[in-house]
Design a protein around this ligand. Structure first.
Ligand SMILES: Cc1cc2nc3c(=O)[nH]c(=O)nc-3n(C[C@H](O)[C@H](O)[C@H](O)COP(=O)(O)OP(=O)(O)OC[C@H]3O[C@@H](n4cnc5c(N)ncnc54)[C@H](O)[C@@H]3O)c2cc1C
Length: 405
């Protein structure tokens, strides 16, 4: 797919998760010459790890206004109103675009399956099987290949500087070299794996998720918003040991799994926003009311067996087959046994401040996805990140193509 190497492109996209691939497809559709630079294989990213689903106001009694209000409230009112309005207002269109690309959203009896998740006032979470992110990556990767940008895999952005006509980017790895760009889209993610490794704590993130691109932009003077606000996933697996760091998707709680301290007492509304649930778990453990696993780590019980008690035998195996199988391989039947969980580092709520056109404060530099700030305030709602990658990835791709022109 990679044609002859060029030294100048209208648009260089850094990263190939949901945001980078959406930007590349859209910039190509706008007629720009595009280079995609990505650290390992095309599509290898946090996006591919997403299991739970993607939010959009598509339910019968739902509205984009309700989605907007929930998003703003969950973000503690810290989101930029124009960005929150854009994210939620373009939700249904983003889903239609993904469907046009071939993403198969799950249906029950012909109707879209729409679940309620933590912090949402209505059912709003769409799923493509149990691994929505992997299905999105599959479809986006196919569309990127069809759009024929130049793609340099196993290649990382290491430096950039402004020139009279755009930016000069320094690349290292398999596609090393210097390239000129009329405009740049930074879509390198939030880098929380790198932060977790520095702190020696667990993370759900892909090994490529390191923050050097964010740090590079900051060093060039880019304005950030809430970049130090990090989200923990409430239900990282503590036991069994083989699954340490794996996060049970939020949908386990949507379907009725409950949280308990060592005495079996429930201590939080399981469908509260993520930060509320994560803080409650950490508090229970700090107060000595948690359970210590054989490896020495402490957590609280997630009673996954409650799901089949509520919905009937076979429900977990059918609706949460991926999770069920992962635990079964580790010797645990989650329909009979509880699992131990504790929050793990998951998502950077803030990052490079963008405008509604995806522009950062650096001229000709656009950004989208988890590297940005302002969309989610200081706490992201589950399912809003995949939506963010599509809405703002497409916006940034279009705007970068226009800017390069
Ligand atoms: C386990 C897990 C489950 C999740 N579940 C959900 C969910 O159900 N719903 C939801 O909405 N969100 C979920 N999220 C969050 C969501 O998946 C991510 O926040 C989102 O996909 C980020 O997309 P992105 O395109 O901004 O970045 P990423 O998908 O992280 O992609 C970043 C890309 O940049 C590349 N890159 C990094 N550094 C460089 C560099 N120096 N040079 C070149 N390339 C670079 C990487 O290789 C990668 O291709 C989940 C996240 C995880 C980890």
């Amino acid at each position: 797919m990679t044609g002859p190497r060029h030294a100048r492109f209208d648009v260089v996209v850094v990263g190939s998760g949901g945001a980078g691939m959406s930007a590349a497809i859209t910039a190509r559709a706008a007629g720009a010459s595009v280079l995609v630079v990505t650290k390992s294989a095309l599509g290898a990213s946090n996006t591919g790890r997403a299991q739970g689903g993607i939010q959009a106001a598509m339910g019968d009694d739902d509205s984009v206004g309700s989605h907007r209000d929930d998003t703003f409230r969950a973000g503690h009112g810290d989101g930029r109103p124009e960005l929150v309005a854009k994210l939620t207002g373009e939700g249904p269109r983003a889903i239609a675009w993904l469907r046009d690309l071939g993403v198969e959203f799950t249906r029950d009896d012909g109707r879209l399956r729409i679940l309620r998740c933590g912090g949402a006032s209505r059912p709003r979470l769409l799923q493509a099987g149990e691994r929505t992110g992997a299905e999105m990556v599959r479809a986006l990767r196919t569309a990127v290949r069809a759009a024929e940008p130049e793609v340099r895999e196993s290649t990382a952005l290491r430096g950039m500087r402004a020139t009279a006509s755009g930016w000069l980017l320094e690349l290292e790895g398999a596609g090393a070299g210097t390239v000129e760009a009329g405009a740049v889209v930074l879509a390198a993610g939030g880098g929380l794996r790198g932060e977790a490794d520095r702190l020696g704590v667990g993370s759900t993130n892909h090994p490529d998720a390191t923050p050097e691109v964010l740090e590079l932009a900051v060093a060039l003077g880019a304005v950030t918003e809430h970049a130090d606000s990090w989200q923990r996933h409430p239900t990282g697996s503590v036991w069994p040991q083989a699954l340490a760091g794996y996060a049970l998707p939020e949908t386990t709680r949507s379907y009725g799994a409950t949280l308990h301290d060592a005495d079996g007492e429930r201590f939080v509304d399981e469908l509260a926003p993520r930060d509320v649930v994560a803080d409650a778990i950490a508090r229970v453990v700090a107060e000595g009311r948690g359970v210590t696993a054989p490896g020495g780590l402490a957590g609280v019980w997630l009673d996954t067996a409650a799901i089949d008690r509520e919905h009937g035998a076979g429900f977990t195996a059918a609706r949460l087959a991926y999770v069920h199988n992962r635990y079964a391989k580790a010797g645990v039947d989650i329909t009979r046994e509880r699992v131990l969980v504790y929050p793990v580092l998951h998502y950077r709520n803030g990052g490079l401040l963008i405008g509604a056109d995806g522009a950062t404060s650096l001229p000709g530099v656009f950004a989208a996805g988890e590297i940005t700030g302002g969309v989610h305030g200081t706490n992201r709602l589950m399912g809003n990140s995949l939506l963010d990658t599509v809405v703002f990835g497409r916006t940034a791709g279009r705007a970068a193509a226009e800017a390069a022109r």
